[in-house]
Ligand binder design. Structure first.
Ligand SMILES: O=C(O)CCC(=O)C(=O)O
Ligand SMILES: [Fe+2]
Length: 325
């Protein structure tokens, strides 16, 4: 079933029409009938950004013409691209190519203070079977917590770092390459984030966790492990996820402030490659108004700090019917 986009706050007649199909209650949508290029009019770019804010993980089909430069140029319309990565720059300064699959639940680059707001991913080489990407809504994960756990999460802060044990998390592709690992750890970043951040555009509360979490402030190592397992399990519940099997020409965009993701490593020894562009984000703020604090490493060369603004009349995907876009 499809619905023609009518975005509140963005006059529907003022942008190029495209179809949005909602694919999950909490997150996930597909956009068809849109030709992405760097000269899209501002109203259409704003409409795409709004669809991403609402649906959190969005696939734009039919973009066979997009190469690395076009992917980056489209990123420049949605925000300010970060460098490819805070430490991994040997594969290019603009896009980060990833080989294999990132088969561990995470939000991108949470070890810096300015967590990217969005990632744009393009499948460059897909295996004959398998190799889907999954996303989970960290907003729905939080909203479903019973009150006592919500209060616990609201009051926790976590230290995130890139100084983590690859073998513990990822099992395929780049993670098994010692040169990649050395470059990944070239500079060690540590940042203290609130476990619950308030999304700067939507006002939604979102759990900010994933595989870069090293510890919860004030807790013992074993307590960190137990509470992280508990909260991560809430995020990763299948009911709370959206899964996409890539087709040629697909482009995925996710809101990196309200999701985690996982590259499914079910393609044997086949080759898989995805290229990512990330866009600058703001410094997270907790429910108590306290911002994240950088403890180690200077991310100013990696990314500017985005000045995000609240979207007027924001309505979450879970409040919308399929016809309500
Ligand atoms: O392998 C995948 O599908 C996900 C890759 C990933 O984590 C990323 O591009 O940030
Ligand atoms: Fe990722």
């Amino acid at each position: 079933m499809t619905a023609i986009l009518e975005t509140p706050g963005v006059h529907s007649s003022s942008h190029t029409p495209f179809r949005v199909t909602k694919l999950g209650h909490n997150l996930g949508a597909r956009i068809d009938g849109l030709h992405i290029h760097a000269d899209l009019d501002a109203a259409t770019v704003a409409a795409i950004a709004r669809v991403v804010a609402v649906h959190k993980a969005v696939i734009i089909t039919g973009q066979h013409h997009i190469d690395d430069d076009a992917q980056y140029a489209f990123g420049q319309r949605l925000g300010v691209p970060t460098k490819a990565h805070p430490t991994v720059l040997s594969r290019g300064e603009d896009l980060l190519p990833l080989e294999g699959a990132a088969n561990s639940w995470h939000t991108d680059v949470t070890f810096v203070d300015r967590i990217p707001k969005m990632s744009i991913l393009r499948a460059v080489v897909q295996p004959e079977y398998g190799g889907a990407t999954m996303w989970a809504s960290t907003v729905a994960g939080y909203a479903a917590l019973p009150e006592p756990l919500r209060l616990l999460a609201d009051n926790l802060r976590a230290v995130h770092t890139n100084d983590y044990d690859y073998a513990e998390h990822l099992t395929v592709g780049d993670s098994s390459d010692p040169e990649y690992r050395a470059e990944f750890h070239k500079t060690i970043f540590r940042t203290e984030h609130p476990v619950v951040r308030v999304h700067p555009e939507t006002g939604e509360r979102a759990l900010t966790l994933g595989h870069f979490v090293e510890s919860f402030v004030g807790l013992k190592t074993s307590e960190t492990a137990d509470i992280l397992r508990l909260l991560q399990a809430r995020i990763e519940r299948p009911d709370n996820t959206f899964r996409w099997n890539w087709n040629a020409g697909d482009l995925a965009i996710w809101d990196n402030r309200s999701t985690q993701h996982y590259g499914v490593a079910d393609f044997g020894s086949a080759y898989r490659k995805v290229n990512r562009v990330t866009l600058a984000g703001d410094i997270p703020v907790g429910v108590d108004g306290r911002p994240s604090v950088s403890l180690n490493g200077d991310a100013s060369g990696y990314s500017v700090v985005d000045t995000a603004r609240r979207i007027p009349d924001f309505e979450p995907a879970s409040d919308r019917s399929i016809r309500d876009f």
